[in-house]
Ligand binder design. Sequence first.
Ligand code: HEM
Length: 225
Amino acid sequence: MSWLIKTLTSTLGRKLIMSLTGLFLIIFLLVHLAGNLQLLKDDGGMAFNIYAKFMTSNPLIKTTSYILYATFIIHILLSALLTINNLRARGAGYKVNRLSEGVTWSSKNMGILGTIIFIFLVAHLKHFWYEMHWGGIPMVTYEDVTVKDLYLVVATAYGELWYVLFYVVGMIALGFHLYHGFQSAFQTLGLNHLKYTPAIKVVGIGFSLIVPALYALIPLLMYLS
Ligand code: HEM
């Protein structure tokens, strides 16, 4: 138990947990995107609604969801602690000890970017996740399956320009957050190597550009359709 307390109370230990939780969230982003892209199918939401039903009723996926919620909470709490500590250190005139090689705009603003993503996440979960689980969503029947019409909730939300713009801003913040976070996670875990670091950098840049762009494209295309 003392190792856990030591890890949680040391800056390096906290960065280590942030890296591991961050990498888990990166995998989640890919899985979530694959599911959400079904919103763009020209089938009136059938594939997406059946997928959403499966994701909320399969016991294995439900268990993984609880791990996901815990991961989000740990990542957010530790990042808030690290940001506060860094601000205090800066205020006291100490040079902040950075583990990353280069200081970029993203690396300096991880706290602000994380806060924008947090606001996005709260609104997002309230609008879709809460509605799916506890809201009064109308049902829809496809041949012999009756499911909640979550597609209708999403399509209605993306019918409003301000909501679409809110998503686009959220995804720009996510892109910058991932740009630093992706490479930083590998560095913190000690996985930097003369041979592999350039490849990790390229994959990180690609991921932080393509994934948020695809997420942003969904509300934009649904608004325009
Ligand atoms: C176009 C962009 C997005 C769309 C259309 C979308 C759609 C949805 C929908 C419909 C749900 C409810 C599904 C359900 O409860 O089964 C959901 C849940 C969720 N979304 Fe998103 N999402 C988007 C982007 C994001 C992003 C960028 C993040 C993370 C930063 C995120 C994090 C989550 C989380 C944590 C849940 C709860 C998952 C669970 O219960 O297992 N979403 N999303």
